[in-house]
Design a protein around this ligand. Structure first.
Ligand code: ZN
Length: 135
C-alpha cells in the first residue's frame, strides 16, 4: 500500500454535515459526487495531503443506510491508495483477508475500489483504491 488516501464518514444529511465540517476545517468541500451504483452521495474535503469523504445514503438499502441504522453516524472506512489494485487483492486474499468485491468497482473521486471485510481487520472496514488514469 502506498499511503492513506482518505477516511470515510457516514452521515445522515450531507448538506448539514458539509456545513458542520466546513466550520470544523475552516474550508469548504471541494467536490460532491454521487455514485448511483452504490446508492451514495459523497463530498470531499482536503486537509493538507489528507482527504475526508462524507457519505450519505441515497436509498434505504444502500450499505451506508444499513451502517447508520446499525451503528449510527461516524467513521465508516479507512481508504488506502494502492498502485495496482488487482495485485493487492490477490496478495491480501493469500494473506487470509476477505475481499468483499473480487472485481474492483468504480468508486467516487475517479478511483477503482475494493473493500476488505471488517471481520478480519479488527472491525475496521478497509477500502483499497487505485487512481484511474484517463487520457
Ligand atoms: Zn472511500
Amino acid at each position: 500500500m502506498q499511503k492513506m488516501e482518505h477516511i470515510g464518514i457516514a452521515v445522515k444529511n450531507l448538506e448539514e454535515s458539509n456545513t458542520l465540517f466546513a466550520k470544523l476545517f475552516g474550508k469548504k468541500h471541494y467536490k460532491i459526487e454521487e455514485v448511483a451504483s452504490e446508492g451514495v452521495k459523497t463530498s470531499f474535503f482536503k486537509i493538507g495531503t489528507n482527504k475526508i469523504e462524507l457519505l450519505e445514503a441515497t436509498k434505504t438499502d444502500s450499505p451506508i443506510a444499513k451502517f447508520i441504522e446499525k451503528k449510527g453516524e461516524g467513521v465508516h472506512h479507512i481508504a488506502f491508495a494502492v498502485a495496482n489494485i488487482e495485485k493487492e487483492i490477490k496478495r491480501l486474499k493469500k494473506e487470509g483477508f476477505v475481499v468483499l468485491n473480487d472485481v474492483p468497482k468504480k468508486g467516487a473521486d475517479n478511483k477503482l475500489v475494493a473493500f476488505l471485510h471488517p471481520k478480519n481487520t479488527n472491525g475496521v472496514l478497509i477500502e483499497l483504491c487505485q487512481e484511474i488514469y484517463t487520457k
